[in-house]
Design a protein around this ligand. Structure first.
Ligand SMILES: [Zn+2]
Length: 329
């Protein structure tokens, strides 16, 4: 069996292929790695390879009935559970889990393998996790369970000990850029998004180049202004407000948005060093190296403060003040 369609995870793919070749696939796996690096894609590739009706050299054909249903997300033997929303408090409920477990009593409909894929398994609530334990221990034949999780430590140890671990890594920026281009993105936008995606293709795909340009130019416009305290405060409130949901402030989202401003300063720094090819944003005002480094450091410091639960508006106002001073010196 060989897996196809998984980008940039050669070790994870090699592990599963070797285990399959030795007839030693586990009945429960835990795919561990950051969001957006291909955990779901890997699970789908495994499912397709196990169920393809016309594999070529052990690889799923992508065209038979089983492959097409899997690709379209409607295969009767691929049961996918996930928390209902992106919110941190969103839980995978025990009823959904029990229903999936009940399905394992019957042989897989297609005569091949059934997979129960539990995405973002850190959102299993305690009742769901307990309901899962027995099935993880000994699933009925021809059933395979896959849990995807960012950090195994967020799962109950009793779950972890029953799953074989497959680790996935952040993707290289070049791989992400190439994949974005393959999907029709302009090369410059693809490089920019890849540079901001922290190794996650999923995150890169969520980025909107137009929105980023507008966001950055709002920041640079404000920083070049006169610096009335009230205006700074209003600008900071506006930036923070965009990440204040009904429940809580999305601090990580706010910090990711600031990555673009950090990148602006980083680009200025690499340009002063004559490394134009490393820059991801169009050439800007042309700061000297010292100001560019101070700017970069200032943004990173504010991000650290925001993640450490500082009042975000205050952190931004202080950062604005520091950045203006850096530009003057
Ligand atoms: Zn096929």
């Amino acid at each position: 069996m060989r897996l196809s369609g998984v980008i940039g995870q050669p070790r994870a793919v090699a592990q599963l292929e070797a285990e399959a070749a030795a007839g030693r696939l586990a009945h429960a796996y835990m795919f561990v790695g950051p969001a957006g690096v291909g955990r779901g894609t890997l699970a789908q590739a495994l499912f397709m390879a196990l169920n393809c009706e016309r594999p070529a050299e052990g690889m799923a054909c992508g065209a038979c009935g089983s492959c097409r249903r899997a690709l379209a997300g409607g295969h009767e033997d691929l049961i996918v559970l996930a928390p209902p929303s992106q919110a941190a408090s969103s839980q995978i409920k025990v009823e959904a889990l029990r229903e999936a477990i009940r399905a394992t009593v019957f042989a897989p409909f297609g005569g091949g393998w059934r997979m129960i894929l539990i995405r973002r398994a850190e959102h299993l609530n305690p009742a769901s996790a307990n309901a899962l334990l027995k099935t993880l221990e000994e699933p009925p034949p021809k059933n395979i369970l896959v849990l995807t999780v960012q950090d195994a430590q967020e799962l109950l140890p009793t779950l972890v000990s029953r799953c074989r671990k497959v680790s996935l890594r952040p993707l290289a920026a070049e791989l992400i850029a190439a994949e974005l281009e393959r999907r029709g993105e302009e090369p410059d936008a693809a490089r920019l998004k890849a540079g901001l995606a922290a190794g996650s293709l999923g995150r890169a795909l969520e980025l909107d180049a137009e929105q980023m340009r507008a966001g950055l130019s709002a920041w640079l416009g404000h920083l070049s202004g006169q610096g009335q305290a009230l205006e700074d405060w209003a600008f900071a409130e506006e930036q923070v407000g965009a990440f204040r949901g009904a429940a809580a402030l999305d601090r990580e989202g706010l910090c990711r948005a600031l990555d673009l401003l950090a990148l602006h300063f980083r680009d200025q720094a690499v340009r002063t060093a004559g490394r134009e090819e490393l820059a991801l944003l169009p050439a800007g005002v042309g700061l000297d190296l010292e100001a560019a480094c101070a700017g970069f450091g200032g943004v990173r410091r504010a991000q650290g403060e925001i993640l450490a639960n500082a009042a975000p508006e205050l952190a931004l106002v202080v950062m604005i003040e520091r950045l203006r001073q850096g530009a003057e010196n």
